[in-house]
Design a protein around this ligand. Structure first.
Ligand code: FAD
Length: 443
C-alpha cells in the first residue's frame, strides 16, 4: 500500500509514525512544503522569549531521523498543488525536483492552518510579523534581538497573541496588546478574561480591548498603528495574531468537500467525501463534543489524536473520533488560565439552557503555607450535565481543568463531581477538592 501524507508537523507526523507501527510494509511518503517537519509549534513563543534557549530543541524530529527511524520517504520543500481523486494522483512543486506527479493508494491531508492577514491598509509592511513556523520564529527573534527594537504592538488577544505579549515583555520590550472584541481570549467569558487582562496590565503590558486596527503606516519614528477609535500606537514591530484560516486553497478543484470557511469536511473516521482520502488537524471541521455542532478548533491535542485515528483506519483498524471539546491552557506571568467545553457566549448563541456557578477555593489546605486563591467557573445544563468550565489562578489550574475535562468527556454531571475521590494531602489540595466544591455548589 502506498500512503501519501500532506503536511509533516502535528497531525501528519503522528499519522506517519502510527502507520509505520501498524504496517511495516506500507510505502509512506511525507510531503512538507517547508524545510522542517515535526517541530514544536507550541514552543515557538517561548523560544522568542528565551525560556527555551536552544533552537534545536524546537526540532522534535528531523527529516533524516524520520527516514532512519521509521523508513518514511520524507520530502521537504515539497508543496502539493493539486489533487485528482479520480486518477489517484497528486501534483507536487518541489524546490529540488521541480514539478512532478505522484500516485497514491491512500492520501492523508494534514495541511494545518495559516495566520489570517486581512486587507488592512499598510499590512504588507516588513515590520508586521505573523507566527506559525520556524522561519517566522527566526524572523521575529532576529527583529526582537535588534537593539533598536523596543516597542511592540501585538494585534489579537487569542492564545498566541497573549503568549507573545508575555514573552516579549519578558524580553524587556514595551508591549501593547490590541483586541477588537470586548475582551481577550475568546474561549473564556468576559468575567474570567478580565482576570487575565489585569495580570497582563500588572506586568506592564498595555491592553486595549474593543478596538480593532484601522490602518498601519510606516513613519520615520516607527510603525504607526491607528485603531478604530482613533487611538494611535507607535511600535518598532507588530505581531499580528488575529486567528488562522485552514490551508486548503490547493484543494479548490479537487472535489473534496469543504465547509463554509474552507475546512475539510470529514466523517468520524476522518475520511473525506472522496474515496481513500483522509484529513486531520487544524484544516478539518470537527463536531463539538458537548453540543454536537460543527466546530473548528485549532489545537495540537486534537490534531495528534486525529492523525492516530486516521492511521488506524488506513491500516484497517476501525477507529472513530468523537469530537473536540476545546480544552486549552495558557500561562500569563504568574497566573494560569484554562478552559474546557463551552462558554456562556457559545451556549447562549446555540440557545442551550445552562446555569453558571463560581467557586473561589484555596489551591491547597489554607493552614499549609502559601495557599493561594483560585477562581473556577462551572457551566451545566438543567439536567446537571457539565457543559463547560474555566479556571484562573496561580497554581494547580491544569489539574482541576483536566479533571473537569475528563468528566465532560465521560458525559459527567455535577453530581459526579461531588463523588470524585481526588488526591489530597495539605500541600496539594483540600479534603473537599476544588472540583468537589464546584459540584457541591452546583448540585
Ligand atoms: P501543522 O502542525 O501546522 O502542520 C501542517 C503542515 O502542513 C505545515 O508545516 C505546512 O507547511 C504543511 N502544508 C500546508 N499545506 C501544504 C501543501 N499544500 N503541501 C505540503 N505541505 C503543506 N496548540 C495547543 O494545543 N497548545 C498550544 O500551546 C499551542 N501553541 C501554539 C503556538 C503557536 C505559535 C502556534 C502557531 C500554534 C500553537 N498551537 C497550540 C496549535 C497547534 O500547533 C496546531 O493545532 C497543530 O500544529 C495543528 O496540526 P496540523 O497538523 O493540523 O497543522
Amino acid at each position: 500500500k502506498k500512503v501519501v501524507i500532506v503536511g509533516g508537523v502535528a497531525g501528519g507526523a503522528s499519522a506517519a509514525a502510527r502507520l509505520r507501527r501498524l504496517d511495516e510494509q506500507a510505502e509512506i511518503i511525507l510531503l512538507e512544503r517547508d524545510e522542517h517537519i515535526s517541530f514544536a509549534n507550541c514552543g515557538l513563543p517561548y523560544y522568542i522569549g528565551e525560556t527555551i534557549r536552544e533552537r534545536d530543541k524546537l526540532l522534535v524530529q528531523t527529516p533524516e531521523a524520520m527516514r532512519a527511524r521509521f523508513a518514511i520517504d520524507v520530502r521537504v520543500n515539497s508543496e502539493v498543488t493539486a489533487i485528482e481523486p479520480e486518477k489517484k494522483m497528486i501534483r507536487i512543486n518541489s524546490r529540488d525536483r521541480g514539478c512532478y506527479e505522484e500516485s497514491y493508494d491512500v492520501l492523508l491531508l494534514s495541511p494545518g492552518a495559516q495566520p489570517v492577514r486581512p486587507p488592512i491598509p499598510g499590512i504588507d509592511s516588513p515590520r508586521i510579523f505573523t507566527l506559525r513556523n520556524i522561519p517566522d520564529t527566526d524572523r521575529i527573534k532576529a527583529m526582537v534581538d535588534r537593539e533598536n527594537t523596543q516597542r511592540v504592538a501585538v494585534i489579537g488577544g487569542g492564545f498566541i497573541g497573549v503568549e507573545m505579549a508575555e514573552n516579549l515583555r519578558e524580553r524587556g520590550l514595551a508591549v501593547t496588546l490590541v483586541e477588537a472584541a470586548p475582551h481577550i481570549l475568546p474561549p473564556f467569558d468576559s468575567d474570567m478574561a478580565l482576570l487575565i487582562e489585569r495580570e497582563l496590565q500588572d506586568h506592564g503590558v498595555t491592553v486595549h480591548v474593543g478596538d480593532g486596527v484601522a490602518h498601519f503606516a510606516e513613519q520615520a519614528e516607527g510603525m504607526l498603528v491607528t485603531l478604530q477609535s482613533g487611538r494611535q500606537i507607535v511600535a518598532d514591530m507588530v505581531v499580528l495574531a488575529i486567528g488562522v484560516a485552514p490551508a486548503t486553497g490547493f484543494l479548490k478543484d479537487s472535489g473534496i468537500a469543504l465547509g463554509k470557511r474552507g475546512h475539510i469536511l470529514v466523517d468520524e473516521h476522518m475520511a473525506t467525501n472522496q474515496t481513500d482520502i483522509y484529513a486531520v488537524g487544524d484544516a478539518v471541521e470537527v463536531v463539538d463534543l458537548v453540543t454536537g455542532q460543527p466546530a473548528a478548533v485549532p489545537l495540537a491535542g486534537p490534531a495528534n489524536k486525529q492523525g492516530r485515528i486516521a492511521a488506524d483506519n488506513i491500516a484497517g483498524i476501525p477507529s472513530a473520533y468523537k469530537g473536540t471539546q476545546g480544552t486549552a491552557i495558557l500561562k500569563v506571568f504568574d497566573l494560569t488560565a484554562a478552559a474546557t467545553g463551552n462558554n456562556e457566549r457559545s451556549l447562549a448563541r446555540l440557545q442551550v439552557p445552562y446555569q453558571a456557578i463560581y467557586v473561589h477555593p484555596n489551591s491547597h489546605a489554607s493552614y499549609y503555607p502559601d495557599a493561594l486563591q483560585l477562581t473556577i467557573k462551572l457551566l451545566f445544563g438543567n439536567d446537571g450535565k457539565i457543559l463547560g468550565a474555566q479556571a484562573v489562578g496561580p497554581e494547580s489550574i491544569d489539574k482541576h481543568i483536566d479533571v473537569l475535562a475528563t468528566a465532560i468527556r465521560l458525559n459527567g454531571t455535577v453530581q459526579d463531581l461531588t463523588e470524585l475521590e481526588l488526591s489530597y494531602a495539605p500541600p496539594y489540595s483540600s479534603a473537599k477538592d476544588p472540583v468537589n466544591m464546584a459540584g457541591f455548589v452546583a448540585e
